[in-house]
Design a protein. Structure first.
Length: 276
C-alpha cells in the first residue's frame, strides 16, 4: 500500500517512526515472540526510510494465528533472521525519534522484551499512541480499531495484520488527522498522544502444565486420545512443544507423529493423555 501524504500538513520536528510487530501471541514477557516487523520513518512530511522483515521466533507459531490473523506460517519464518539482525534498521531509526504504533503499549512490549532477551540497549525515543490520537480526532466510527478507522477513511484493509499493511494504515490515519486538524510540531503531537514506556520483565517460561489431571512437560512425548469436531476419537503420539490458553481452554501444540506435521489440539477434546 503506497501512501500519498500531504507533506505540508505534517508536523515539523523529530522523525516519526511508524512501527508494527506481529507475534506468536500476547505473553511477550514469557513465552511469546515477534515474527514480523515493519516500519516507515517520516521526517517533516517526507518518507525517508522503510523496512519489513520476517523474524525467526525460536518457537512455533500457533495455527490459529497463521489461519485467522496475520497469515505468517512456521515455514515462512524458518530461514528468517533473529531479532537483532531483522530489527537493526528499526533500532537505528528510533534514536532521538518518536515511536508510533496503534495500541502502542503492545508494540513497545514487543520491542523491549526482545531487546532484553538479546541484551540490546534501547535507543532514546519517545512514544505516541495512534489509538489515543484517533479517539481525540475521529468520532464517526463504531470503534477505534485500526481496520475500522482505515475502512472509514476508504483505505484498503485486505492485508490487515501484516506488519507493513498496518503501518500504511496508520500513516493514512495520521495524514487524515493532520489535514483536518492543525498539529504543527511533533512536540505538540507528543503532548496530545504521548505515552510512557511500559515496565517489562522477562519471566521464566512455564514448562509444566496440568492437562486432564496429567502433568505435561514441554519437549516430551505423550499419547493422546483425541476427539475431533465430528466426535471421532483417534490415538496419536505428540511431541509437545507449547501449551497456551486460559483457565477454560488450553491449546496443546506439537509434532503429531500420526500426521507427521505440527498440529494444535484443544485440551477440552483430549480424552486421555499419558507419557509415551
Amino acid at each position: 500500500m503506497a501512501e500519498v501524504i500531504d507533506s505540508n500538513s505534517w508536523p515539523k520536528g523529530k522523525k516519526l517512526v511508524f512501527v508494527d510487530f506481529e507475534t506468536t501471541g500476547f505473553q511477550l514477557e514469557s513465552s511469546d515472540r515477534v515474527v514480523e516487523v515493519a516500519f516507515k520513518s517520516i521526517h517533516n512530511g517526507v518518507i525517508i526510510q522503510s523496512d519489513q522483515q520476517l523474524i525467526y521466533p525460536q518457537r512455533s507459531i500457533p495455527l490459529f494465528l497463521t489461519e485467522d490473523v496475520h497469515g505468517i506460517s512456521n515455514e515462512m519464518v524458518r530461514n528468517a533472521s533473529l531479532f537483532p539482525t531483522a530489527c537493526s534498521s528499526l533500532l537505528e531509526n528510533l534514536e532521538d525519534a518518536i515511536f508510533i504504533a496503534h495500541n502502542a503499549n503492545f508494540d513497545l512490549k514487543c520491542l523491549i522484551s526482545e531487546c532484553l532477551r538479546f541484551n540490546i540497549s534501547l535507543p532514546q525515543f519517545v512514544c505516541v499512541d495512534s489509538l489515543i490520537l484517533s479517539r481525540r480526532f475521529i468520532n464517526n466510527t463504531s470503534n477505534h480499531k485500526l481496520t475500522t478507522l482505515a475502512e472509514s477513511l476508504g483505505m484498503d484493509v485486505s492485508n490487515a495484520h501484516r506488519a507493513m499493511a498496518d503501518v500504511s494504515m496508520m500513516i493514512g490515519i495520521f495524514d487524515f488527522i493532520f489535514r483536518n486538524h492543525e498539529i504543527t510540531s511533533t512536540s505538540k503531537l507528543v503532548e496530545i498522544a504521548g505515552i510512557s514506556l511500559p515496565n517489562v520483565t522477562i519471566l521464566p517460561e512455564e514448562k509444566e502444565f496440568n492437562i486432564q489431571g496429567e502433568k505435561v512437560t514441554l519437549g516430551k512425548d505423550y499419547v493422546l486420545l483425541y476427539r475431533d469436531a465430528e466426535g471421532n476419537s483417534t490415538e496419536r503420539i505428540v511431541t509437545v512443544s507449547r501449551i497456551y490458553g486460559n483457565s477454560m481452554t488450553k491449546w496443546i501444540e506439537g509434532h503429531c507423529h500420526l500426521r507427521m506435521e505440527m498440529r494444535t489440539f484443544n485440551s477440552n477434546r483430549v480424552e486421555s493423555i499419558v507419557p509415551y
